[in-house]
Design a protein around this ligand. Structure first.
Ligand code: ADP
Ligand code: TYD
Length: 213
């Protein structure tokens, strides 16, 4: 039987959105704010966040767009997620810490389940067998795809495999995230990412703090 990784302690916060929408910036700012308020915070990311998952990350984010099929991507992202949960997320939640994760299963639901292919059911089936854990709170940062793609590519990170699918791909991702935020509105907060960093961070911090108190 697959070992369950559900953990009801701590608080598991995720950031989602299209490439370049400002997730890393905002997750760093929230981590700094909550740390300043005296909370023990673990800031992490997907794909990655543990030694094994970081190795899988390098396979996924570089190389040609046709390097992996959408089906293979689902398996690789899920393998990375399982390792990340076992090694990083669950141990931190067990200690009662706040875990802030830049991307999680909602990215698989939208990238592999909607934009790369129509595979949402497969993503959900695999998630229910291997992962199960859902976030307690999710910030979906909404951004204009043209702007966000330019911001993302300007970083010149060498991790642009998904940006290389182009603007229409980013537009379909945006629609996917908007739908997801609506259907998961018990935990998802849609945030307008086309504003000044500090303004966005203030809104996010207010929501996060209201969940902790
Ligand atoms: P993501 O993690 O969603 O890909 P990042 O946080 O890395 O996005 O931001 C992408 C780029 O846009 C970075 O160069 C970052 O400094 C810049 N950026 C982030 N937030 C804003 C903002 N609110 N306004 C303008 N530029 C931003
Ligand atoms: P990330 O480094 O967060 O990208 P960015 O900073 O550009 O937003 O994530 C790497 C890429 O992996 C990103 O393009 C989205 C993609 N991805 C998926 O396709 N499925 C997934 O399940 C996850 C977690 C990420």
């Amino acid at each position: 039987m697959v070992q369950k990784l559900i953990m009801d302690q701590g608080l598991f916060i995720t950031f989602e959105g299209i490439d370049g929408s400002g997730k890393s910036t905002q997750s760093e700012m929230l981590a700094a704010k909550l740390t300043q308020l005296g909370h023990k915070v673990v800031k992490t990311r997907e794909p990655g966040g543990s030694a094994g998952a970081e190795m899988i990350r390098s396979l996924l984010v570089s190389g040609d767009t046709d390097r992996w099929s959408p089906e293979t991507e689902i398996l690789l992202f899920t393998a990375a997620r399982r390792d990340h949960l076992e090694k990083t997320v669950i141990p931190a939640l067990t200690l009662g810490h706040i875990v802030i994760c830049d991307r999680y299963v909602d990215s698989t639901r939208v990238y592999q389940g909607v934009a790369r292919a129509d595979l949402r059911e497969t993503v959900d089936q695999l998630h229910s067998i291997i992962i199960q854990k859902e976030p307690d709170l999710t910030f979906v940062i909404d951004a204009d795809p043209e702007n966000a793609l330019a911001r993302g590519l300007a970083r010149d990170s060498g991790e642009d495999r998904f940006e290389d699918f182009g603007l229409s791909f980013q537009k379909s991702l945006r629609a996917g995230f908007l739908d997801l935020a609506k259907s998961e509105n018990h935990r998802c907060h849609l945030i307008n990412g086309m504003r000044a960093r500090e303004q966005i961070a203030d809104d996010i911090a207010a929501i996060a703090v209201s969940h902790i108190a």
